[in-house]
Ligand binder design. Structure first.
Ligand code: PMP
Length: 351
């Protein structure tokens, strides 16, 4: 604690991301993609002219925004890019959620949202999940200061269909509804096609998961021109160069390789379903998932102890030490070989 910190910073509990271990572990704790990025990414890196780095990048990231606009069937003016979707989310909180009324979000969702609320002094209203661990879209109220949730949700894995999101948007019209689609490519349904009809809908996405580029830090938002302009206002006030030139070139190469993208996500989905069956055979309860992770619990084994047992066997998964999630482990879907090692370790521990 320092006397130089402003009062808000003194009260801040920073978000602690999953561990990035130094030793070689099977890493199933931060939902990275186990497969490499598209081959075109390597070509871009090899051929990139270092002289480009001498110059500031395009402040509008036009080429990348155009590539994303093509991907989502919108105009480039409806796309915003940032340094990871975490940054895009931070800018959205500042641009749209610093309101008199509380921001509504599920009680269990991406744990960064409450961190941003504390950082920006936003009051939060947490909405309980349904009995089947789904985000309760009916619980969002029309008169709030905004709504945010991940779809599919993290760390629960359940995803609502587009119709359900559309019904929510039919009710909540006076504030921004932010749908975080970090995991949508692993079996979810994207709401990006709804932005043409709902000016208060902002959809965020990332290159970190289905595009295998977590190390690059690249995220985006798709929405009405009005919302994108709001994000630009906040961004330009402190950093008018969101994306560096190299990241932009790499991201465009990743977007262009649809075949690689499809093949990787199919592999992850197949491995996820296979892993679910194997875990259930061992007595685990596995929540249905439309993401690249599963949230699991075991009626006879303590999750914290399972975490330690796996760590000792060289496998890192995620255990959240919160009241609501204490009984669960979140396991990222790795390669088939990695999941074989996971199952072998769990069989040894649960025996
Ligand atoms: N949203 C959700 C729901 C996430 O789980 C994550 C990854 N931890 C992010 C956003 C942020 O992803 P990134 O900053 O890597 O784009």
């Amino acid at each position: 604690m320092s006397k130089f910190w402003s009062p808000r910073v003194r009260e801040l509990t920073p978000y602690v991301p999953g561990e990035q271990p130094r030793e070689r572990l099977i890493k199933l704790n931060t939902n990275e993609n186990p497969y490499p990025p598209a081959p075109g990414v390597g070509a871009v890196l090899r051929e990139f002219r270092t002289d480009h780095l001498r110059l500031y990048p395009d402040p509008e990231s036009r080429a990348l925004r155009e590539a994303l606009a093509l991907e989502f069937g919108v105009e480039a003016e409806q796309v915003f890019v940032g340094n990871g979707s975490d940054e895009v989310l931070a800018l959205a909180f500042q641009a749209f959620f610093c309101q008199e009324k509380p921001l509504e979000m599920p009680e269990i969702t991406y744990s960064f949202y409450p961190v941003y609320c504390r950082l920006y002094g936003i009051e939060r209203r947490a909405l309980p999940l349904t009995a089947s661990h789904e985000v309760d879209l009916n619980a969002f109220s029309a008169g709030s200061g905004g709504a945010i949730f991940a779809n599919p949700n993290a760390p629960t894995g359940h995803g609502h269909g587009r119709d359900a999101i559309e019904a929510l948007l039919g009710r909540v019209t006076e504030s921004v509804v932010l749908v975080d689609e970090a995991y949508v490519d692993f079996g979810g349904e994207s709401a990006t096609s709804l932005v043409a009809r709902f000016p208060n809908l902002l959809v965020t996405g990332t290159f970190s998961k289905s595009r295998s580029l977590a190390g690059l830090r690249l995220g985006y938002a798709v929405g009405s021109r009005e919302l994108i302009e709001g994000l630009n206002r906040v961004k330009d006030s402190f950093n008018s160069y969101p994306i560096d030139s190299l990241a932009s070139a790499v991201a465009i190469a990743a977007l262009e390789d649809r075949e690689h993208f499809e093949a990787c996500r199919e592999k992850v989905i197949t491995t996820r379903e296979r892993t679910r069956g194997r875990l259930e055979k061992l007595g685990f309860e596995v929540l249905p998932s439309r993401t690249n992770f599963v949230l699991v619990s075991h009626p006879e084994h303590d999750a914290a102890q399972l975490f330690v047992g796996l760590r000792e066997r060289g496998i890192l998964v995620r255990h959240f030490n919160t009241e609501a999630l204490r009984d669960y482990l979140r396991i990222t879907i790795g390669t088939e070989d990695e999941m074989d090692s996971l199952m072998e370790a769990l069989e040894a521990i649960c025996r």
